[in-house]
Design a protein around this ligand. Structure first.
Ligand SMILES: C[S@@+](CC[C@H](N)C(=O)[O-])C[C@H]1O[C@@H](n2cnc3c(N)ncnc32)[C@H](O)[C@@H]1O
Length: 386
């Protein structure tokens, strides 16, 4: 029996080592289906009812810095060492570690001895940890408010901008953005979460010939405006990819976001506070780039944002929307869950190609092309002109 399991495990590892990203992800999904096919009804119930506890246990592990300690340690750590390092009550810590080990979050190679597992290493990066904190603190309570919210609204697809499941969960009339402005530690986690979300895929600049498209662009004119660009990772990535590009690179976001990078002085990037619901101050840029902005907004709000940019565009300008383009069927779990995360936070949505085309047409823009650059996440750049 063990021999058979070992053979299967080896074969799966060989498959997962493939360069074919699509095959690797299909393997993960197939293994999940296999696991579910083996479960009894009671096991299925046990797995589902404790999903919230997994989130809580990860949060506690982060609060006590258990995962980093195990990753940083050159040897498996003794239970007593972890008690000293965390300051937690030994009986309580034992219970937490047992739970984490039983789910593979950490490994327990011998009695009272713990070490990092693959999951521990995967979640040791600070940006990933910020994402986990944001999800435990903000997203999970918001998800849990969704059933009652939908029932209260008679299961209509919500499109209001001032009554979201987030508003209900946090008893606030503020939008998530305004609320984050008042909660800087959650804001900081959110910003780092944005870095983490796409950290394992190459960004769109590896697939788009923006250098060719902007050949001969005058140095004094704006080349690339990252609208709602967060803390500037894409401006920096653009400069790193093509240091020779001429033209101004501008990072725009809300004041409370860009103020955090002003001191850092991103090389070759102008930093500008700008609310995209107001007129776009940078006129005639070659590229207006918006990554993961439209999916935070209802169609009506997206049209407002797009029209503000359209008014600043000239004949050579393009809008580049870096977003998920959902397939019409068999949508993968990591896309469906992002879609519902947009619903609970903003009453917003991910979109299919048909929905993107219709949205851009309503904003008076023409689709120039759609480049899907990761099939796994269906990340795509939709280019549009006036
Ligand atoms: C999902 S994040 C995407 C950030 C960045 N584009 C990226 O891909 O990492 C959305 C961004 O929109 C910004 N934002 C929200 N409302 C805004 C507004 N009215 N004007 C400008 N930026 C805004 C947020 O501060 C946040 O940085």
């Amino acid at each position: 029996m063990d021999a058979a399991l070992n053979t299967i495990t080896e074969e799966v590892h060989k498959l997962a080592k493939t360069d074919d990203e699509f095959l690797r992800r299909r393997t993960i999904d197939k293994l999940r289906d296999l696991q579910y096919a083996l479960e009894t009804p009671e096991e299925t119930m046990q797995r589902l009812i404790y999903l919230g506890l997994t989130t809580a246990s990860v949060r506690i592990g982060l609060d006590l810095n258990i995962f980093n300690k195990l990753v940083d340690s050159e040897h498996p750590m003794k239970f007593d060492e972890l008690c000293d390092a965390t300051g937690a009550d030994p009986i309580l810590l034992g219970r937490i570690l047992r739970h984490q080990s039983s789910l593979g979050m950490i490994d327990e190679p011998a009695q009272d001895t713990f070490t990092a597992s693959q999951t521990t290493r995967n979640i040791s990066h600070p940006d990933i940890q910020a994402g986990l904190k944001f999800c435990a603190d903000i997203l999970t309570p918001t998800f849990l408010s969704l059933p009652a919210f939908l029932s209260t609204h008679s299961y209509q697809n919500p499109t209001s901008t001032d009554s979201t499941p987030f508003n209900t969960a946090f008893s606030t009339p503020l939008s998530l953005w305004s609320w984050l402005a008042e909660h800087p530690s959650h804001r900081a986690n959110f910003n780092r979460f944005m870095y983490a979300q796409r950290s394992s895929v190459k960004d769109c600049f590896s697939y788009l010939p923006l250098d060719k498209e902007s050949e001969g662009w005058p140095a004094e004119k704006p080349l690339f405006v990252d609208v709602g660009g967060g803390t500037g990772q894409q401006c920096v990535a653009l400069r790193e990819k093509w240091p020779e590009l001429k033209g101004r690179v501008v990072l725009q976001d809300l004041e409370e976001v860009v103020e955090s990078v002003r001191g850092e002085g991103l090389e070759g990037v102008e930093i500008m506070a700008h609310d995209f619901f107001t007129a776009q101050p940078v006129k005639g840029a070659k590229f207006y780039y918006l990554r993961a902005i439209m999916h935070n907004h209802t169609d009506e709000k997206c049209i407002e944002i797009l029209k503000n940019i359209k008014d600043a565009m000239d004949e050579e300008s393009e809008i580049l929307l870096d977003e998920i383009v959902m397939p019409d069927t068999k949508v993968e779990w990591f896309v469906t869950q992002t879609d519902l995360a947009m619903l609970v936070q903003f009453n917003a949505t991910e979109r299919t190609e048909g929905q993107w085309r219709s949205l851009l047409e309503r904003a008076g823009l023409k689709v120039k092309g759609i480049t899907t650059y990761t099939h796994a996440f269906r990340l795509s750049v939709i280019a549009a002109t006036k």
